[in-house]
Design a protein around this ligand. Structure first.
Ligand SMILES: Cc1ncc(COP(=O)(O)O)c(C=O)c1O
Length: 370
């Protein structure tokens, strides 16, 4: 089976894990703090980096520490991973599904605008397929309506937006380092912000909100006499996860090159198929996490079955959240609903060989008799 996505780990990660095991400290310690400093240096940002144990935890923690909760609403593009919607309901707030743009499948601000209410407290743009959609316009919109912005950048670690790496700018930016992301920690995530009050809350809240505990852990100590004021969670990153992440970060430029080469090959080889189209993404700037195409004339499911039959795994990113029982809306989101019938994600990962990609391309062309 040609895998849709896969992690790319090797001896470096193994050695890093062995070092952590040898040090016999597996919790949140030096590896995590070093990883945070290395992410900060890699991105070239003044923002603080707070590492947690998943991208979902990052979103949930950000919402909780911004005191978004019962009675509040958060606008989210419906075409995203379930994590966004579940993070919002986890704090007791209501996710408000909005539509996506036809060209990029990122948030449609015209739709968001129609869904604003006095209860709207935040907006959660998703950098779908690693592409950042006109972020200035999103911040203008948020500022005009006094909303916090929580960027879901789970797909976009390593992507550029106007010469700076994603995470350097913005209000609150959340990354995921799960098993198949641009870099992985096994599972993991990070929150970036320069809001000093929020930074303190996040640092404590990821470990049960034990006040200033992270400072103790940084010094290799534990807190015995402490206070807790806010709700906290058991969301801290462990040294094992951080050790894997540090090894991956050292290889990010190699990963970027490979991911971009695969996408460039798809873009040139599949360019002239009348019933297959690409998203209008900024392919030069992105470090692509997924490669999504659109298939016209109701042929997506037949192509999907054909590729599966030939041992090629494909995906659908995503079923719109407003079609799920938990988040069902009484209104339609037509662009996302149409996209959901047409989108197909083709294999993309650092270990994909040229032969494997050639087979994917050949089978797609064969399906279209091209
Ligand atoms: C768009 C998006 N948001 C959030 C997440 C959640 O990240 P994690 O899997 O690390 O919890 C993911 C993970 O796939 C994602 O793709």
């Amino acid at each position: 089976m040609i895998k849709l996505s896969k992690c790319h780990v090797g001896d470096e990660e193994l050695q890093s894990i062995q070092q952590v095991l040898a040090a016999a400290y597996l919790g949140m310690g030096k590896q995590v703090f070093d990883f945070e400093a290395e992410i900060k240096a890699y991105l070239g940002t003044e923002k603080e980096v707070i590492c947690v144990n998943s991208g979902t935890a990052a979103l949930h923690l950000a919402l909780a520490c911004l005191d978004i909760g019962l009675g509040d609403e958060v606008i989210i593009p419906t075409l995203t991973f379930a994590a966004c919607f579940q993070a919002v309901t986890a704090v007791g707030a209501k996710p408000i599904a909005c539509d996506v743009r036809e060209d990029t499948l990122s948030i449609d601000l015209a739709s968001a605008n129609k869904l604003l209410s006095p209860k709207t407290k935040a907006i959660m743009p998703v950098h779908y397929a690693s592409h950042v959609e006109s972020i200035e316009t999103i911040y203008d919109f948020a500022n005009a309506h006094q909303l916090r912005v929580i960027e879901d950048a789970a797909h976009a670690f390593g992507s550029y937006y106007k010469q700076s790496l994603v995470g350097c700018q913005g209000d609150v930016v959340c990354f995921s380092f799960d098993g198949i992301k641009n870099i992985t920690c096994g599972e993991g995530g990070a929150i970036l912000t320069s809001d000093t009050k929020l930074i303190e809350r996040l640092r404590d809240a990821r470990l049960l909100a034990v006040e200033k505990d992270y400072l103790k852990r940084k010094a290799g100590q534990r807190s015995w006499e402490f206070d807790i004021v806010h709700q906290g969670f058991r969301y801290h990153m462990s040294d094992i996860m951080a050790a894997i992440g540090r090894s991956q970060l050292r290889k990010i430029e190699e990963f970027r090159k490979k991911r971009k080469e695969i996408v460039a090959c798809y873009l040139s080889e599949l360019a002239n198929l009348p019933e297959l189209s690409f998203l209008s993404l900024n392919y030069e700037d992105i470090m692509p996490h997924i490669f999504v195409v659109r298939i016209a004339n109701n042929k997506r499911d037949a192509l999907r079955a054909y590729l599966n039959q030939h041992d090629i795994e494909v995906g659908i990113h995503y079923k719109p959240n407003h079609l799920l029982s938990r988040h069902k809306t009484i209104y339609r989101l037509e662009t996302a609903e149409k996209a959901y019938e047409q989108i197909l994600t083709l294999p993309l990962h650092v270990g994909l060989t040229q032969d494997e990609q050639n087979k994917v391309i050949a089978k797609v062309k064969e399906f279209f008799h091209a």
